[in-house]
Each structure stands twice: as structure tokens, then as C-alpha cells.
Design a protein around this ligand. Structure first.
Ligand code: FPP
Length: 264
């Protein structure tokens, strides 16, 4: 599917890209490089129904796009990549699709992890992993343990993830620390609070990409996204490739990030 250009929205910090009009990202040319890219992978179902295929065909093709994206991130020198594979709300989908999605995850863990390990990828998972079957939970823990010493790319996969639930859990953990005397309420700074989030060992995302033309955060990294730049692409996730990834990085490099301060 072609990537369609859209007009800039609001103050220009929310735009869609025409990849044909955007030069691919080239680290040697300077500009701000994104250290951490997070992606809301959207549009698998629409990709499948546009072809008269079952939704699982879109998810399968989406898994291939994940592979391409990991390769593109490594090539571009991005150190951190976080992908939203399954939201806590996705459990509300019909049982057949849940079985298909968890089956795909199971196969992904069994077939892709060895290669990711070889490629220098360190895996982390965030989200309510105890909602998955025990064999999947075991494979998640094993993938994390097996890749712990890798440093080329830090890949976080959000599974049964919801940011509000994550923030509520962090609040409960902070309260428990106050109650057991290890934390004084006045010491609960933003940084200390972030230490209670599941992303405590991960930098905040610089760039968040969402595919499929939708422009919302859908309960993804709400705390961590405070200063992220957003790039919304009119491409369905199964069609996403290195061209789109590089174009989003190039768009990010053109943005001026002020973190609330004044320009100049
Ligand atoms: C959104 O498309 C995508 C998902 C809910 C699942 C994401 C899964 C993958 C990309 C493949 C598996 C990934 C791994 C890591 C195993 P949608 O179904 O909401 O699409 P629609 O909005 O067009 O219906």
C-alpha cells in the first residue's frame, strides 16, 4: 500500500509522512538521532480484509514486518526498540483471534529467539505476562535470560500491556515502599516514581511511530511518552518496511525538541 502524504497537524509535531518525499535517514549527516523508537503496530486486520483473507493472515504478515523492523533498527544504529504487540484490551477480541494471536506468539518465541540472540538483540517483555499460558510465560522468561548479555539492540515487546495498569501498579509499589519505611513520601520524585515502572531500566522513547493512519496512543507508554515525538504513517503494519522506518527517523531528526524550554 502506498504511503499517502497528509497535511501537518496542530503545531507540526504530529504529521504523516510521504516516504517518497522524505530522504532516508543517514546518521552521518548529523541531526538528532533517535535512541529509542517505539511503535504501535496497527492495521493487520485491515490488511487482511483488503485481500479477502482471515485476520490471522494479517497478523502473520505483521510478524514478518516485525522482523524487517528489527533489522532496520539495527542497520540504523537505534539502540532501543519497543513494539506494542498486544494490549490489555486486546483480550476482548473474539476467542478465535486470541487463540490465533497467542499461537503466533508461541511460534515466534520458539522460532525467532535463537536468531535474535545471534544478532545481538536483548529481549525484554512488559505487560501482564501472567495472563498468558504457562508455556508462553516460560518462553518469555527464557528469551529474556538467554539474551541478557546482548547489547546491540534492546528490544522490548509489550504483551498484554496497558499503561494505566502499569502506572497504577507503580503507585501501589511506591505506597508499599512508604509503608515498609524504605521511601519517604517527600522523596517520591518523578525519577523515583519512574523507577517503579516496568520500564525502569529503559530510556524514555524519543520517537513513537503508529501505522495505519490512526492517530492515538491507545494506552501505550503514557508516562514514558511525555516528551516523545510522534510520527503517524498511512501504511498498514504488514506493509511496513525499512523505507518507512528510515523516513520516520529522518522526520525525527528534523524536529526541534525543546522539552518545554524556549527555542534559541
Ligand atoms: C494491530 O492490528 C495488531 C495487533 C493487535 C497485533 C500485533 C501483532 C503482530 C504485529 C504480529 C505478531 C508479533 C509478534 C511479536 C509475535 P489490528 O488487528 O488491530 O488491525 P486492524 O485495526 O486493521 O483491525
Amino acid at each position: 500500500m502506498p504511503v499517502i502524504s497528509k497535511a501537518a497537524v496542530a503545531d507540526g509535531h504530529v504529521v504523516s509522512l510521504a516516504t517518497s518525499a522524505v530522504p532516508a535517514f543517514d546518521r552521518s549527516r548529523g541531526g538528532a538521532a533517535a535512541t529509542h523508537v517505539a511503535i504501535i503496530m496497527d492495521g493487520n486486520g485491515r490488511w487482511a480484509s483488503a485481500r479477502g483473507l482471515p485476520r490471522i493472515a494479517g497478523h502473520r504478515e505483521g510478524a514478518r514486518a516485525v522482523r524487517r523492523t528489527i533489522e532496520a533498527a539495527i542497520r540504523a544504529g537505534v539502540s532501543w526498540l519497543t513494539i506494542y504487540a498486544f494490549s490489555s484490551e486486546n483480550w476482548r477480541r473474539p476467542a478465535g483471534e486470541i487463540i490465533d494471536l497467542t499461537g503466533l506468539l508461541r511460534r515466534y518465541l520458539q522460532t525467532e529467539i535463537a536468531e535474535l540472540k545471534e544478532s545481538g538483540v536483548r529481549l525484554r517483555f512488559i505487560g501482564e505476562r501472567d495472563r498468558f499460558d504457562p508455556d508462553i510465560q516460560r518462553d518469555l522468561a527464557k528469551a529474556e535470560a538467554d539474551t541478557r548479555t546482548n547489547t546491540r539492540l534492546n528490544l522490548t515487546i509489550a504483551l498484554s500491556y496497558g499503561a494505566r495498569a502499569e502506572i497504577a501498579a507503580a503507585a501501589r509499589a511506591a505506597i508499599a515502599a512508604v509503608q515498609d519505611g524504605t521511601l519517604k513520601p517527600e522523596d517520591l520524585t518523578e525519577d523515583r516514581f519512574a523507577g517503579f515502572l516496568t520500564t525502569h531500566d529503559t530510556p524514555d522513547p524519543d520517537l513513537i511511530i503508529r501505522t495505519s493512519g490512526e492517530q492515538r496512543l491507545s494506552n501505550f507508554l503514557l508516562w514514558q511518552a511525555a516528551y516523545a515525538e510522534f510520527v503517524f504513517l498511512d501504511v498498514l503494519w504488514p506493509d511496513f518496511d525499512a523505507t518507512h522506518f528510515d523516513a520516520a527517523l529522518a522526520e525525527y531528526a528534523r524536529r526541534e525538541r525543546r522539552f518545554g524550554a524556549r527555542a534559541g
